[in-house]
Design a protein around this ligand. Structure first.
Ligand code: ABN
Length: 182
């Protein structure tokens, strides 16, 4: 019995020795040093890489509440309308960020960066046209267009009917929704 176990131990010794020798032949010392060096350099340089360190905090900021103390949403000077070109949906049976009943929101939007005087911060505001659903009885037309860019900068161009991508192509009015901090 002892002889049998000795044989097994001997075989295990031989197998592990062969494995170590094979590894030593395949992996040179220079190779090991280079791998360790690369790992160390990677660890040291990773914090310098330009990735988002806010971890979504900026976009997670709650949009300021529209209403009391925020400004008059019927006025073209209202801060969220800084890059708007169109009729205010809030004066056409809709709301600041809601199309009037019977109309649908455009598939395309454009953006502006608007300064909120209430908290002195800049916000990214997305504008959408509302499409179809008839017209507006007493529309308020606003043309602020702060930071607007020519047509070749599609996302920053507003002097166009953005309902063109929708099935319902008739322009009704425009809504403004705060996306997050700029
Ligand atoms: N994006 C508002 C708009 C609609 C029709 C024509 C000009 C501008």
């Amino acid at each position: 019995m002892t002889v049998f176990f000795d044989k097994i131990l001997e075989w295990m010794d031989g197998a592990s020795e062969r494995a170590v020798r094979r590894t030593a032949q395949a992996v040179s010392r220079r190779n090991v040093v280079a791998t360790i060096g690369t790992a160390m350099m990677g660890t040291a340089l990773a914090p310098l890489l330009p990735f988002d360190r806010t971890f979504g905090r900026a976009m997670a900021q709650p949009a300021p509440k529209a209403g009391e103390g925020d400004g008059d949403i019927a006025d073209c000077e209202y801060w969220r309308y800084c890059a708007l070109d169109g009729y205010l949906c809030s004066e056409c049976g809709g709301a600041l960020a809601m199309c009037p009943p019977g109309s649908e929101v455009s598939l395309v939007s454009w953006v502006g960066t608007c300064h909120n005087p209430n908290d002195e911060r800049d916000y990214l505001v997305a504008y959408n046209d509302c499409c179809g659903g008839g017209g507006c009885a007493q529309p308020t037309f606003c043309f602020t267009s702060e930071g607007e860019r020519p047509g070749y900068r599609m996302g920053l161009y507003n002097d166009i009917n953005w309902c063109m991508a929708n099935d319902t192509k008739g322009y009704h009015c425009t809504v403004a929704a705060v996306v997050g901090l700029a």
